[in-house]
Write a protein that binds this ligand. Structure first.
Ligand code: GLC
Length: 490
């Protein structure tokens, strides 16, 4: 039930990354947009996040307005008390609680290469600091909204921590899972070191197969668990997508639901995007042709008129880019040229570099973080491919659709929730394939090319993509309903 008075909703988002102050993946985009969308519905939504290197300067450049003088938050961890300066500033209308302990939050990459009791400390601190603020700060939220394994410990602490577990007035907890593949697995001894009592070692605790599994602790202790698409909420109950936690999740399936992420539609708008050589909208698509020409030229190609297939995203196993490598030859034989933009795993970067060196006329690989070029690729492409092995939500396919670039995606998670197959439903917005094989990808691209050859059909298909509403408002409303059901269960 939605709460009658949205202004009574007070929620603190606990997140390791938040765009534009820090960003590794899509979680940063969500943490950077959702609180603002909740505030526009009347909630008092705030964010607590570490000030990783450079974040304080970025906040300043964005015109951060101090809301209160520097305070301090102290947490006892590993037998010692760690304190961090806490600065509360307002950025883009959202109050941010920045943890500014420079030594603890010194990793510019945010996540360590290897997780152990030492490298996990920043995340344990973030979680406990959020609990401290919620229990004894000047402003006490009714809901703590945790994101991923790295904030999960906050929910577990409110149940099983020797100090916090006994609190009488505790906030409700919501855990959003952005990616089940990352669970925060540590030696079991950290639980004792970090002050957890026996409950943490139980079936309902943090322990999992002899290790401390922070995400499992968050799943069991949180009042509600959300995945970032309804499709993924169902998939993670299976052994194929459950990453070993399917049993834990199945047992708690009653408190799991999927809420599709939104997109920052102001930043991702082909009609106002300053990175594009020409802007366009559904009523006037001339600019898209200009973008296509600019993209082709930026790749060092002559415009042959053949299809341009683009892919923008992290080069990690999850994204299924092996399938693109496997399909390359056949796609080129179909007359297509490919533009791949992304950084990530070294081995994948090297393979794409080698392929593009051997095939410069058909494959352009941009293995550097270049947002301007990524935006040009979204705008200048005809077709967008995203063959993910699994996809909790995915933002790139939504951006591509908004820019009128028709998606060819694997039928998983958020991809299947946001793209409808144009050969199956009249209102289709792209092409889906099931099998995680290069052959299945090629077949789906062939179906897309058949539509592309019919300019009128293609224009209608592209128009349906551009008309889709991916704004945050519907998701924010669903989260408000969820908060209301926890704080006002009547
Ligand atoms: C993770 C997921 C991605 C999702 C994003 C934001 O990066 O892999 O699918 O869109 O989080 O929730």
């Amino acid at each position: 039930m939605e709460t009658d008075d949205p202004t009574s909703v007070t929620v603190l988002h606990v997140t390791p990354e938040m765009a534009p102050l820090s960003k590794v993946g899509g979680l940063a985009d969500v943490a950077g947009s959702l609180p603002c969308a909740l505030r526009s519905l009347g909630a008092d939504a705030r964010v607590i996040t570490p000030a990783w290197p450079g974040a304080a300067e970025k906040a300043r450049d964005l015109g951060a307005r101090p809301l209160s003088g520097p305070e301090r938050v102290c947490v006892s961890l590993g037998g010692r008390e760690i304190c961090s300066p806490l600065r509360v500033v307002e950025v883009g209308g959202v109050p941010l609680y920045l943890l500014e302990e420079a030594e603890l939050f010194s990793n510019p990459a945010v996540y360590p290469e290897k997780l152990d009791a030492g490298t996990a400390l920043p995340f344990a601190f973030l979680s406990m600091a959020a609990v401290e603020c919620a229990l004894s700060g000047a402003w006490r939220p009714k809901v703590l909204h945790l994101h991923d394994w790295s904030a999960s410990l906050a929910a577990a602490a409110l149940k099983h921590h020797r100090l916090y577990g006994a609190a009488l007035e505790r906030p409700h907890t919501v855990l959003t899972i952005h990616n089940l593949a990352h669970q925060g697995v540590l030696p079991l001894s950290v639980l004792d070191e970090w002050g957890f009592g026996p409950g943490a070692f139980s079936l309902d605790g943090v322990e999992f197969y002899g290790k401390a599994n922070l995400l499992k602790g968050g799943i069991t202790a949180s009042d509600a668990v959300v995945t970032v698409s309804p499709g993924y909420a169902g998939e993670i109950l299976s052994s194929e997508y459950g990453e070993g936690l399917e049993g834990v999740l199945r047992y708690r399936s009653g408190k799991i639901r999927g809420i599709l992420n939104g997109l920052d539609t102001a930043s991702w708008d082909p009609w106002s995007d300053p990175a594009l050589p020409a802007n366009y909208h559904l009523g006037d698509m001339k600019g898209k042709k200009v973008c296509r020409k600019a993209l082709v030229e930026a790749c060092g190609w002559e415009d042959s008129g053949g299809p341009v297939i683009v892919s923008v995203g992290r080069l990690v196993r999850q994204k299924g880019m092996e399938l693109v490598l496997g399909a390359l030859e056949e796609l080129v034989a179909l007359g297509a040229r490919l533009v791949v933009v992304g950084t990530g795993e070294r081995a994948l970067e090297e393979r794409f570099s080698a392929e593009s060196l051997g095939n410069p006329e058909s494959l352009h690989f941009r293995g550097a973080f270049d947002e301007g070029f990524a935006r040009l690729a979204y705008a200048g492409g005809d077709i967008f491919v995203m063959p993910s092995l699994f996809e909790p939500c995915g933002l790139s396919q939504m951006i591509a659709m908004r820019y009128g670039t028709v998606p060819v995606v694997r039928a998983v998670g958020g991809l299947a929730d946001t793209v409808a197959d144009a050969d199956v439903v009249p209102a289709g917005t792209g092409f889906l394939f099931e099998d995680p094989t290069p052959g299945a990808l090629v077949e789906a691209v062939k179906r897309a090319l058949a539509h592309l050859r019919e300019p009128r059909t293609w224009a209608r298909l592209r128009g349906r993509c551009m008309e889709k509403d991916f704004s945050w408002a519907p998701s924010a409303r669903s989260y408000m309903t969820l908060y209301g059901s926890l704080t006002d269960p009547s």
